[in-house]
Design a protein around this ligand. Structure first.
Ligand code: SF4
Length: 389
């Protein structure tokens, strides 16, 4: 039976972090219930909504079984558990389910004993923790709500509640981060022994207040204290080394896991497997089409209440774009891609694309498998730019 992932977007936060380039908002808690109700309606009526919107689901998804659910954001842990429960109920009523992995993104300051117990009762079995750093100086500068002490308060609560699969996010490149403070964060993370770790490099773009400030050469949001690109690359390499030594398997550019704890849901993205996204700004992929809901949460709720799905973009993938995805997403996984299989499926020859990259030491070849060279992962973006030329 074909497997299907479900992503639920919760676009609400308590504050806006300076580096954040997501479409999230700080809104009154009174808006949580209508939002959750709209998401439940979208889930229950998804087939009718898709028909009206012009999205065609392949027949192979008709009897697909949902095995992963991911509540992302935003900060989904802000919602009352009753809202999370109602969305999970809607999923169970609307799809065949055998839920192996149900992830909730959570911020440390939102964790409470009763809430955590209720999450487990609702079926949540994985918590992805946006902790970003163990340094209060970095957390304050980044505009985060939590402090180092909140992490140490929250983790035992989750463990006592029965969460056996915890993921920590760290960001390399926060303002005021130094080699010493990064080492400290890696050491403290290792001591808390999460099952999964994601390490992201700070993104500098127009989408965040800090990114904009940096691009304009200003000094607000501690922009002057952001590490250089070379330092960020060094931090990434320090993480590679520390996590490898700690028994974590590096399976995707930004992700490490203890054996067997690779994110089942996120693997679907990189393997181009089907997932349906519900909520404002949520993206979906059927295998042949990609589409996304409008980002504005209020507009989303109004549209769904009016019986309309506010889909903004529907893209039917061309052979060329599907091939680019195969390469780009496939190479993010450290196991690499089977070039013979891709050449066969797409009727193309890829040697001309990979030969120069192999000669320059950016990729390694083993039989028909091509993978990014482990020593060049911190410059993977350059490899992708070359590959897509
Ligand atoms: S908590 Fe996450 S989603 Fe919310 S503002 Fe901060 S970085 Fe953005």
């Amino acid at each position: 039976m074909r497997k299907l992932g479900i992503y639920v977007q919760v676009p609400f936060c308590q504050t806006k972090c300076t580096y954040c380039n997501f479409h999230t908002g700080v809104v009154s808690t009174a808006r949580f219930a209508p939002y959750a109700e709209a998401v439940c309606r979208e889930i229950r009526e998804y087939k009718a909504f898709y028909t009206v919107t012009g999205v065609t689901l392949p027949e192979s998804l008709d009897d697909a079984e949902v095995d992963t659910v991911y509540f992302g954001g935003g900060t989904p842990s802000l919602l009352d558990t009753v809202h999370l429960q109602s969305m999970l109920d809607a999923i169970r009523e609307s799809f065949a389910t055998d839920l192996a992995e149900v992830t909730l993104e959570a911020d440390p300051e939102t964790i409470e004993r009763e809430k955590a117990a209720a999450w487990v009762r609702a079926g949540i079995n994985r918590v992805s923790f946006g902790l970003q750093s163990f340094s209060d100086k970095e957390l304050v500068a980044a505009g985060r709500m939590h402090r180092r002490a909140d992490i140490y308060r929250a983790v035992p609560i989750l463990r006592e509640a029965g969460i056996r699969n915890i993921s920590f996010d760290l960001i390399a490149g926060l303002p005021h981060q130094t080699k010493e403070s990064w080492r400290q964060s890696l050491d403290e993370l290792g001591a808390l022994a999460p099952e999964h770790v994601s390490v992201y490099l700070l993104e500098i773009d127009e989408g965040s207040r800090l990114g904009k400030e940096l691009l304009q050469g200003g000094g607000r949001y501690s922009a002057g204290a952001v590490p250089t690109e070379d330092e960020m690359a060094e931090f990434y390499e320090m993480a590679q080394e520390a996590l490898g030594a700690g028994g974590y398997h590096h399976y995707e550019i930004s992700n490490w896991a203890k054996p067997g704890f690779e994110s089942k849901h996120n693997l679907k993205y990189w393997r181009r497997e089907a997932y349906l996204g519900f909520g404002a700004g949520a993206h979906s992929f059927s295998g042949t089409e990609r589409w996304a809901n409008a980002h504005d949460a209020a507009a989303y709720v109004n549209a769904v209440q009016g019986g309309r799905l506010p889909v903004e973009q529907v893209e039917t993938l061309t052979v060329e774009s599907a091939l680019e995805e195969e390469l780009f997403l496939g190479l993010r996984q450290l196991d690499g891609i089977d070039v013979s299989r891709i050449e066969r499926d797409y009727g193309v020859a890829l040697a001309a694309r990979f030969d120069p990259l192999a000669a320059a030491g950016f990729v390694e070849r083993e039989g028909s498998v091509v993978r990014l060279a482990p020593a060049r992962l911190s410059v993977s973006n350059e490899v992708f730019v070359e590959l897509m030329r």
